[in-house]
Design a protein around this ligand. Structure first.
Ligand code: AMP
Ligand code: ZN
Length: 136
């Protein structure tokens, strides 16, 4: 499955160059060209799925297994101190390329707060209401 106007499909097809860290039948892992930190990488399934909603369950399980392998190797080689795993779904959530991808972002001591959010302060009633909305 390939979409002609998709930049990641074109990278996977070899039409656009990339810095490949890993490749197998189903996945390609490349360096992000606009990295948040040194070594920021992207896991791309070779088949085109727009986002996590569309990704088959089996592929989703394989992505997290691959992420685990990659961060072990990258932590060793890059000597980073931790990792953020980021995966955006939908424009509102910051997704700019509509081909599922998982960001692997190495973190280094003192690299700055690159993924900070402001913690809300919902009351117990509000939390309970949200819980009900989701589970019922
Ligand atoms: P997102 O905002 O989650 O959709 O992430 C898209 C990511 O793709 C961004 O971090 C971009 O820097 C990255 N990106 C866009 N074009 C390329 C490319 N040709 N090669 C590698 N990474 C890319
Ligand atoms: Zn694609």
């Amino acid at each position: 499955m390939k979409q002609d106007n998709c930049i990641f499909c074109r990278i996977i097809a070899g039409e656009i160059p990339s810095y490949t860290l890993y490749e197998d039948e189903k996945f390609k892992v490349i360096l992000d060209v606009g990295p948040a930190t040194r070594g920021h990488a992207l896991i791309l399934p070779k088949d085109h799925y727009a986002n996590l909603y569309e990704l088959p369950e089996e592929t989703a399980a394989e992505v997290i297994k691959l992420a685990k392998k990659m961060i072990a190797r990258m932590t060793d080689k890059l000597e980073c101190d931790g990792f953020n795993i980021v995966q955006n779904n939908g424009e509102t959530a910051g997704q700019t390329v509509n081909h599922f991808h998982m960001h692997l972002i190495p973190r280094y001591k003192n690299d700055g707060e690159i993924l900070k959010y402001i913690a809300g302060k919902p009351g117990q009633e509000e939390l309970e209401q949200i819980r009900k909305t989701i589970v019922e």
